[in-house]
Design a protein around this ligand. Structure first.
Ligand code: AMP
Ligand code: GLY
Length: 424
């Protein structure tokens, strides 16, 4: 079969890398892909939002299955467009993608189907939102309603930060349409983890869990980013907790979307907090997580494409996972998540060990050199017999390609190591 991956980042590189291993796949394409993804797929220069051209390409090249990386085309209806054209796509309709596209929709769905999440209220009026903040006090969390590339969330420890955050979201129009409506929600405390599942209607097939690192700097300091690294498994989250999250969160969400006439097909991502009262939802996404995918797929021993085909037929696949630990660390441009330079030369990528998995996020090739071309530049994943072994190996790999133009966190997985130390 022929498979098309839509997107160009590190997550899409990992999806393409995994798809390329499937004995079912004859030809693999990526649109637009990247110089890095070109190592595993044929890249075609079509924008992720150009549905007409993407569908025309899929027909011309007899694409049997399309996988979508980013949320934007899903929320904008690429799933519906492909379906209408008779093309198979593992991604939700626009109506189902609202679970990520609108925080207030996701919140209302959770409320209706008794899915545990933070208490919340929705506001379109600045004054009313401000009054509510004073009523409930800090710490508190503010979220732009629409898509904001992971940056529309303000976790405010103080009233001052909350007031400032509200102003940024609603008044300064930093998030344009996304901030016209704001969700204000209870601050949840606990251990965060990411649970993704292959979903088709009511069928939910959970993947191995991972933990992301959102803050830019070591010890979880600095601003929130798109994610600086991840690891899997997350042993401080017990299997019983994961089972509870599947039963009380992911399955009811999938069933609720069916009930609402918006059945979901694709990857449903639950960002969860393990609170004293059990796992609660921080957010849903309608796609694979980035960078979680870059550590979860390397642990999957089964054929991803076969599994997706089964799921789309309503068959539950048996997934096999390695017990080894995957650690993936992002190399980012200095300045990220603020402003940064592009076109900076990186160290030698071809000198990496063959045991290191290299996923390009924002790079560009120039002759034999690799240049930075984005905030998150690349990610290296290693599998190890322990978290420490995997992380040490990743850190060595990245030290060898680091330059003054880029930085990375050396402490990916620190919460797991701290939990382990506490237990011992
Ligand atoms: P999000 O973009 O929704 O994933 O939010 C970014 C980060 O903000 C999350 O990964 C959490 O660390 C934090 N966050 C979001 N909502 C809450 C909440 N209700 N309580 C505590 N932290 C939160
Ligand atoms: N890692 C969080 C996300 O993909 O949104």
């Amino acid at each position: 079969m022929n498979v098309l991956i839509i997107g160009s980042g590190g997550r899409e590189h990992a999806m393409a890398w995994k798809a390329a291993q499937s004995p079912k796949v004859d030809k693999l394409f990526a649109a637009p892909g990247s110089d890095g993804i070109a190592a595993v797929a044929e890249c075609v220069p079509i924008d992720v939002m150009d549905f007409e051209q993407l569908a025309a390409f899929a027909k011309a090249h007899r694409i049997d299955l399309t996988l979508v990386g980013p949320e934007q085309p899903l929320v904008s209806g690429i799933g519906d467009f492909f379906e209408k054209e008779g093309l198979k796509i593992f991604g939700p309709s626009a109506a189902a993608a609202q679970i990520e596209g609108s925080k207030s929709f996701a919140k209302a769905l959770m409320e209706k189907y008794n899915i545990p999440t933070a208490h919340y209220r929705t506001f379109t009026d600045y004054q009313a939102a401000g009054n509510y903040l004073h009523e409930v006090g800090a710490p508190i969390v503010l979220k732009a309603d629409g898509l904001a590339a992971g940056k529309g969330v303000v976790v405010a420890p103080t009233m001052e930060a909350a007031g400032q955050g509200l102003k940024t979201l609603m008044k300064d129009k930093k998030f344009a349409g996304a901030g016209a409506r704001v969700v204000i929600e209870e601050y949840l405390e606990g251990e965060e983890f990411s649970l993704m599942a292959l979903v088709h209607g009511g069928l939910v097939v959970p993947l191995a869990i991972a933990q992301d690192h959102k803050r830019a700097f070591e010890e979880d300091k600095g601003p929130n980013t798109g994610g600086m690294g991840a690891y899997s498994p997350v042993l401080q989250i017990a299997q019983t907790v994961v089972a509870e999250a599947v039963r009380t969160i992911v399955e009811p969400a999938a069933a609720g979307l069916v009930q609402e006439g918006r059945p979901f097909t694709g990857v449903l991502y639950a960002g969860l907090m393990l609170t004293e009262k059990g796992p609660k939802v921080i957010e849903f996404n309608c796609r694979f997580g980035d960078p979680e995918t870059q550590v979860v797929l390397p642990r999957l021993e089964s054929d991803l494409i076969a599994a997706i085909q089964d799921v789309m037929k309503g068959i539950r696949p048996q997934l096999r996972w390695t017990d080894r630990t995957a650690v993936g660390t992002v190399l980012a441009s200095r300045g990220y998540p603020g402003s940064y330079k592009k076109g900076e030369k990186l160290g030698r990528l071809d000198a990496l060990s063959e045991n290191a998995l290299l996923f390009h996020a924002g790079t560009r090739k120039s002759g034999t050199d690799w240049l930075t071309n984005g905030g998150r530049v690349l990610l290296v994943t290693r599998l190890g017999d322990s978290l420490r072994a995997a992380r040490d190996a990743v850190n060595r790999d990245l030290e060898n390609i680091q330059t003054d133009a880029v930085f990375f966190r050396k402490d990916i997985g620190h919460r797991a190591l701290e939990a382990e130390a506490k237990k011992a």
